[in-house]
Design a protein around this ligand. Structure first.
Ligand code: FNR
Length: 361
């Protein structure tokens, strides 16, 4: 029997063994040179702690609220597509794991279960991520279904007017499964006979003309709060504030879109400064340790989202694997808080970390 993993990085190897190469590569890969993919993780390694001692840490409280919804820790499940490629129960298993650990799940627009299936399978707090299709009626239809079945917020992913060049998918001729929320509504033969079928179908469907004014359109089709995911600069954070979004996710799409985008943790503070404390700023990309989560919180994030490790947990062990991944991260965060002298999330401040930028100044 394979050894039990002791940290979330070890799920990657378990997933590699469990999955067809085409699917593992789809989950694992980034765009082009995969420079940003490496940087997302390595930039965390370059931040060190300024821990405080002789603080009473006999009780650690990690609980918080996101848009008013309580969660056991500032750790959410990022929207990632096609969970049935990892496990036959797909997004339903992921949602049940989220419910079991009292975490918020962001369900992807590109899911292999429907919003109704996920909603009826558990009582986790769920947000719904969207892309805007050229067929806007289809995007509106699924947003409204998500709202009807109890999703609490819309996360609009803004870094994918087109799909990034993921070379592993091109080599493997990655075949995209059906997007379950659109069953019977999308033509299935956008297929290309060479390269990534996934990229070909995205190119046919995504609306590259989407821009800031479309937030207004989104507001006209839903009364849910709208967050935008994929902001990397103060300029765009300021625009997001102007159009009145309810929150921002600092993200480079797990390095799957524009290669040589900055590692998200290196631009988090810039975005937080532009936003002030007016709306929550979340971050994802390369979070693999409780220490990474602490660093993100110290630099002003309200919470982090976890992408690939959740998929690897799902591939290795289904619902139980996702639960293990989330619990491991929570336990590591709890220990980090204790060892740095922060019994509550409020105690974590900017002065608890030292970034490369601090060292240069
Ligand atoms: C993603 N991501 C993503 N984002 C999104 O808004 N909608 C989506 O459908 C997907 N799909 C998706 C599939 C896979 C396989 C991956 C790895 C990622 C991006 C995701 O939400 C998140 O930004 C990153 O995964 C975070 O980085 P880490 O944690 O994977 O390093």
């Amino acid at each position: 029997m394979a050894e039990e993993p002791v940290n979330v990085n070890e799920f990657q190897e378990l997933a590699r063994r469990a999955l067809r190469k085409m699917y593992f590569d789809f989950y694992n890969g980034g765009a082009e040179d995969q420079h940003t993919l490496k940087e997302n993780e390595e930039a965390f390694h370059r931040i060190t702690f300024r821990p405080r001692v002789l603080v009473d840490v006999s009780r650690i409280n990690m609980s918080t609220t996101i848009l008013g919804y309580p969660t056991s820790a500032p750790i959410m499940i990022a929207p990632t597509g096609m969970h049935k490629l990892a496990h036959p129960e797909g997004e339903v298993a992921t949602a049940r794991a989220a419910a079991a650990c009292n975490s918020i799940m962001v369900m992807s627009f590109s899911s292999t279960c429907t919003v109704e299936e996920v909603a009826s399978s558990c009582n986790a707090v769920r947000f719904f991520q969207i892309y805007v299709f050229k067929r806007r009626d289809l995007t509106a239809m699924v947003v409204q279904r998500a709202e009807r079945c109890g999703f609490k917020a819309i996360i609009f992913t803004v870094d994918a007017p087109r799909i990034g060049r993921r070379e592993a998918d091109i080599k493997n001729r990655m075949i995209a499964p059906q997007l379950k929320n659109f069953e019977g509504l999308l033509s299935t033969e956008v297929a290309s006979d060479k390269g990534s079928n996934l990229a070909a179908s995205a190119a046919a469907r995504l609306d590259p003309s989407v821009c800031w004014k479309d937030i207004e359109w989104l507001r006209s089709i839903t009364s849910l709060p709208i967050l935008i995911k994929g902001v990397l600069t103060a300029e765009d954070a300021t625009k997001a504030m102007e159009v009145g979004v309810a929150g921002i996710v600092v993200s480079n799409h797990g390095a799957r879109q524009l290669d040589y985008s900055p590692a998200t943790i290196t631009v988090l503070e810039e975005v937080v400064r532009a936003v002030g404390a007016k709306i929550p700023v979340l971050v994802d990309g390369g979070v693999r340790r409780g220490t990474d989560i602490f660093k993100a919180l110290a630099l002003g994030a309200k919470a982090v989202l976890i992408g690939r490790p959740v998929l690897y947990g799902l591939a290795a062990k289904g619902e139980h694997g996702v639960r293990q991944v989330m619990e491991m991260l929570k336990n590591e965060l709890e220990l980090t808080m204790a060892l740095s002298g922060c019994p509550t999330l409020k105690d974590i401040t900017r002065s608890h970390v030292r970034t490369e930028h601090d060292r240069l100044n």
